[in-house]
Design a protein around this ligand. Sequence first.
Ligand SMILES: Cc1ncc(C[n+]2csc(CCOP(=O)(O)OP(=O)(O)O)c2C)c(N)n1
Ligand SMILES: [Mg+2]
Length: 577
Amino acid sequence: MTDTPSMTAAGAIFGKLKALGVEYVFANSGTDFPPIIEGLVEAHRAGIDLPKPITVPHEHAAVSMAHGYWQVTGRPQAVLLHTNVGLANGATAAINAWCDQVPMILMSGRTPVTEHTRFGARTVPIGWGQEMFDQEALIRETTKWHYELRFADQISEVMDRAWAIANSTPKGPVYLSLPREVLCEPCPTAGLDAPSRIAPVVTAPDADALACAAKALAGAENPIVIAQRGAGSVAGFAALQTLCETYALPLSHYWSNQLALPLSHPCQVGADPGPWLAKADVVLVLDALAPWFPDRVKLPDDVTVIHSGPDPLFTRTPVRNFEADITLAGPVDRVIDALTRALADQKTDQICLARRRDSIALAAQTSREAAVVTAQSGSGAPMTKDWVSLCLGKAIKVQAEQHGRRATVFHELGCPLMSLDLDQPNSYFQEPHSGGLGWGLPAAIGAQMACPDRLIFATMGDGSYMFANPTACHLVAEANDVPVVVLVLNNEEWGAVRHSVEGLYPEGAARASNEVPLTSLRPSPDFTRTADASRAWTETVSDGADLPDALNRAIEVATTKRRQVLLNIAIARTAPH
Ligand SMILES: Cc1ncc(C[n+]2csc(CCOP(=O)(O)OP(=O)(O)O)c2C)c(N)n1
Ligand SMILES: [Mg+2]
């Protein structure tokens, strides 16, 4: 290295992150941070363009904010945590990011290795207390790549590599451990202001596999598409509609955590693919970790199953044995595009397609009408989650029509998809299938920071709200002027846990008892006061009839006063489905 060192390594990391397109570093600091904080001020004074550091008083929230930010922008962000303890607090959110294939640069400090003499060496007892043989083990299974920085002059190249790997198909978090002594070293500036010299890998489906898939789909009599993680991009969302319309392909949103088709689309047949799978001759799985319920679904013997997506076999999931006759690897939007082209070469029977299109449209309409009827039957006091979804979907429609506002609903045991009536890409995100609860609220805040003018709703169960470290989240929302609208769907219990007991033991003792152990959240805290502590605008809504007006008031406050809002909504306890 011939460059003159000009900044501490920590400042260099921030500068490099900016060059990689990172706008925010969601951080939770500690005694490993002095060189980071010093370096940050130093770099700022030197006029270096830096990402904005955001103080997040819980690590689960910090990682989840980067998660939500990426979901609405496709731009990976960075997270900086305190040694092993901060990393451990962020590990559940890293599991979520891993499961959802969300790229981010996750970093945490490493307690000093040296005990004396060297600058940055251990000072107070936690230097010993936080030492581990293998700190990376905490997140190794949930990151694509991990490394401990050895020298300050590695920063630019190591970051280039980290960024490129995080952004390669399938995407995912990467981890960098930062020993305090290294952070205290001076760092040469070369390369710090340049974007990555390493291009991410984008995979594409194999040509032969594509031709087989196109032939199967073109000749199918009873096809079904199952989409769990959306259509890959805004362009993919539009292209998938055309594909489904052209080839009369019904699509089921089975346990979907993103929207793949508008819910009003005539090929969108609801959340249950069961009846379609029972008679299917071709199944197209679009990026679905668990595309059906193996214990309940018996596929016909002669079915052709096509799995597609960034990692169609989910190679890092130990057990997953859904049959796969054809696999198409690549980002979902690329798969849709490639399939569309390959299908153009195939002959189709237009009369059959027209007939099937009509019957799918009828099924789609029937399923949607049934969802509305179910939702309307839950408008009492307390109300159902479906009723909240129906009202929220209507409010969102009005905002789009009257003000041209776009909206995104985050759902974590909150507003179920089918009664929401959403029709836009990026309008809906459910918790990842890893289900590390506490994701919804901070992910929504991260999304709102990325898109200040979008209406962002964080809808979640009362249990999920508490898992989100709400005091930390409301502080971040207030500190950063984030007007997120929080809907707590409060049934005063962990309903999903009770449903799971009663589902497994339908005639069991727990179902017959008045109070199912280990599921009650009574007495319910007054969540409006939790949010009020950070000066949110709050209301409690007990009667379903009052909800539409309450939602309008909430939206009015969020959009005109740009203040965070929380509605504590009384939800009826229901029987398992
Ligand atoms: C971190 C974490 N801990 C525990 C669980 C297990 N769990 C799954 S659902 C659930 C209850 C969720 O309760 P709530 O958000 O109130 O929604 P409800 O089911 O009552 O509608 C729990 C505790 C989990 N998924 N993640
Ligand atoms: Mg609950």
